[in-house]
Design a protein around this ligand. Structure first.
Ligand code: KIV
Length: 282
């Protein structure tokens, strides 16, 4: 498979081909994503919830993002890997955003960064893009603002809010974003935004009218029950398959049927005589 790039992804949009994106946080899962042919991986700060057990994404740090991101890039060299900028790594200023975006790219070898917010973060987007780092924006329901929203709620409801979300999309595009996540944006509005922009729109709870879709993989596979959003679809029951596998292992360990001889290294054992002598000595 050839490496996915900004150009190949924009070509897909131009041809009307849908773009797939999933979250991923580790090497072995990244290898599986790459084998599936999915074009883009988001190392989302959702890892704060799915991998670290926090109730929201706010505690995630730059150093943590870098550890997860490096592992993903090593596992999926052909995917286009986007690193989420964690809460308070870009909100202070364009300089702070540029410095941390640079760190994410330098220290993970990923291909782009994502940051949340519309018109409010255009200076940051412009500075990062000017430094040669592709930016994916994220508007609508932006989880880092969960406290301001009073929960993970649909955004863009009502005429005034719909206009604001469209204006956010146009603002981040003008600032240089090549891609934009539309999270929990009502479907007709998301389709309208998609028709008005040349950047790629990626929906999550934004309906089928976006250029592509992203999901958190634990939501797709029944692997995370703390919070299951309405937009998540179960594509396989890996969570239950893992519980069944853990149970079967536990039973075999307790019954003594695992490990069998083939799971150890009997040829490397010393003679029975020597082992008997060893047992006597100690
Ligand atoms: O952090 C994340 O996984 C995200 C997606 C839900 C878009 O931002």
């Amino acid at each position: 498979m050839a490496k996915n790039t900004v150009a190949t992804l924009l070509d897909m949009k131009a041809r009307g081909e849908k773009i797939s994106q999933v979250t991923c946080y580790d090497y072995s899962t990244a290898q599986l994503v790459q084998a599936s042919g999915i074009e883009t991986i988001l190392v989302g700060d959702s890892l704060g919830m799915t991998m670290q057990g926090y109730s929201n994404t706010l505690p995630v740090t730059m150093d943590e993002m870098i550890v997860y991101g490096r592992s993903v890039v090593r596992g999926a060299p052909d995917a286009f890997v986007i690193m989420d900028m964690p809460f308070m790594s870009y909100q202070l200023s364009a300089e702070q955003g540029l410095m941390n975006a640079g760190r994410l790219i330098k220290e993970t070898n990923a291909n782009a960064v994502k940051l949340e917010g519309g018109a409010a973060v255009t200076e940051q987007i412009r500075a990062i893009v000017d430094a040669g780092i592709p930016v994916c924006a994220h508007i609508g329901m932006t989880p880092q603002s969960v406290n301001a929203f009073g929960g993970f709620k649909v955004q863009g409801k009502g005429e005034e809010n719909a206009r604001r979300v469209l204006e956010d999309a146009l603002a981040v595009q003008k600032a240089g974003a090549f891609m934009c996540v539309l999270e929990c944006v009502p479907p007709k509005l998301a389709a309208l935004i998609t028709s008005k922009v040349h950047m790629i729109t990626i929906g999550i709870g934004g309906g089928a009218g976006c250029d592509g879709q992203v999901l958190v993989y634990q939501d797709m596979f029944g692997m995370f029950g703390d919070f299951v959003p309405k937009f998540a679809k179960r594509f396989a029951d890996i969570g239950q398959a893992m519980i069944d596998g853990f149970k079967a292992y536990d039973q075999e360990v307790k019954a003594g049927t695992f490990p069998e001889e083939k799971h150890s290294f009997p040829k490397s054992d010393c003679s029975d005589e020597f082992l008997a002598k060893l047992a006597e000595e100690y």
